[in-house]
Write a new protein. Sequence first.
Length: 187
Amino acid sequence: MKINSALRACAILLLAQGPLLCAAAPKARITPDDLAVFRAALRFGCRTAHQGYYVVSDIPDSVKDEPPPSDWPSRTLWTQLDAPVPSRFRWPHLNICAERVVDGKEVDSIFARQTAIPPKWEPFYAKFRGAKGLIRISPPAFTSDGRHAVVYLEEACDLMCASGAYLEYKRENGGWKLWRWKFAWIT
């Protein structure tokens, strides 16, 4: 009896807190589907590998205050994308086509050590010779049926060369195919 009363009290307390406590739980680890969608999101570089490569931060991106396109992703997917990413969640260090996943803290320190506002990109390009720029990708948000996934991807190569986009993938024939995409912002 005491347990039931305690559970009821906890439920009432949680309901009283409103939507803040009802947000999607942050991902604690990378699933095989997370990694498959991550790989699919980086495959666009395969077509332009001869023009250089992108450095991909192993620190997942978050959507920040970038609103979703008005017609998608759905509210449920948006809540998943907007959830905080635990600090232990890291993309694995691997190469996909020409793209190279690297230590995001190392990348961030290149810009953090500078006093210039905005920071210059020359130190980044000195460290990563031949790179075209930097990519950060959010953990994917999946529909309840597991057939669609959405990621938020940011790409930058200097102050006036950056964009953020939502990419939706559909599971087809055992893999993830780009279904549609839309810019969130562009400079």
